[in-house]
Design a protein around this ligand. Structure first.
Ligand code: TIU
Length: 232
């Protein structure tokens, strides 16, 4: 244990102990972020997601300097799609389904170029990467065990998309007893309205799912925290 730190946040200051905190980076994958990729092929403006890359890269650097473990997730499926529920497979545009050939390999299939994390945010050797078949990062993954093993109690949550995988994961984490701070400029949505409302929903009703603060504020707090973790 180290002394609790406080990050100015909405709706109240976020109290966290750096020695029991992890940075969660959700689904910063080429399929969602690269121009010409799956996300763009569905008619989305990927620039709205790409704006997350620079602040998130700075936050990851700050977390690593504070010895806060960085845990990455990727949404995707086994090549035979046996872990993809038929209902999920059927969903969406009929010419662009999970497992179909895309610009960067088979869409959201593990091992394909598009499934992996963008170069700017590549995991460092030794950092945990959780492959998840669902929107939430806890469902059918080892995330809960990884967090327990590292005595994690608080999560700094980042990634894409705000209203889908970030929200699902924050809700799952909240129900499991984790305290979640969502970093507002390090999460992104293809839909500006969903970004705004998604963030509002986290902190509404006195912090029904968690807290919200921007990356500059979080980085300031991490810079004054004491290194604590040694591994993930
Ligand atoms: N990672 C994530 O949010 N997956 C999605 O499918 N997001 C959409 O917004 N579609």
């Amino acid at each position: 244990m180290t002394a609790p730190q406080h990050i100015p946040a909405t709706p109240t200051p976020f109290s966290f102990d750096p020695s029991t905190t992890a940075l969660l980076v959700i689904d910063m994958q080429r399929d969602f972020l690269l121009p010409g990729g799956f996300g763009e092929s569905l008619g989305n403006d990927v620039e709205l997601l790409r704006g997350v890359i620079d602040p998130l890269a700075r936050l990851m650097t700050a977390a690593r300097s504070a010895n806060i473990p960085v845990i990455h997730t990727r949404e995707g499926h086994l090549p035979d799609l046996s872990d993809c529920p038929p209902a999920k497979l059927r969903r969406g545009n009929s010419s662009q389904r999970i497992g179909d050939p895309g610009q960067f390999g088979r869409i959201l299939v593990r091992g394909e170029y598009g499934h992996d994390i963008v170069d700017e945010l590549a995991p460092l050797p030794g950092e945990v990467v959780i492959d998840k078949p669902g929107k939430g990062a806890f469902y059918a993954t080892e995330l809960g065990a990884v967090l327990a093993r590292n005595n994690v109690e608080s999560l700094l949550v980042t990634g894409v998309t705000t209203e889908v995988c970030v929200h699902t994961t924050v809700r799952e984490a909240n129900d499991r007893g984790y305290e979640c701070l969502v970093v507002s400029d390090c999460v992104g949505s293809y839909f500006p309205e969903f970004q705004r409302v998604g963030l509002d929903m986290i902190a509404a009703q006195g912090g029904i799912f968690g807290w919200v603060a921007d990356s500059a504020t979080v980085i300031d707090a991490l810079a004054s925290s004491t290194p604590a973790h040694t591994s993930a």
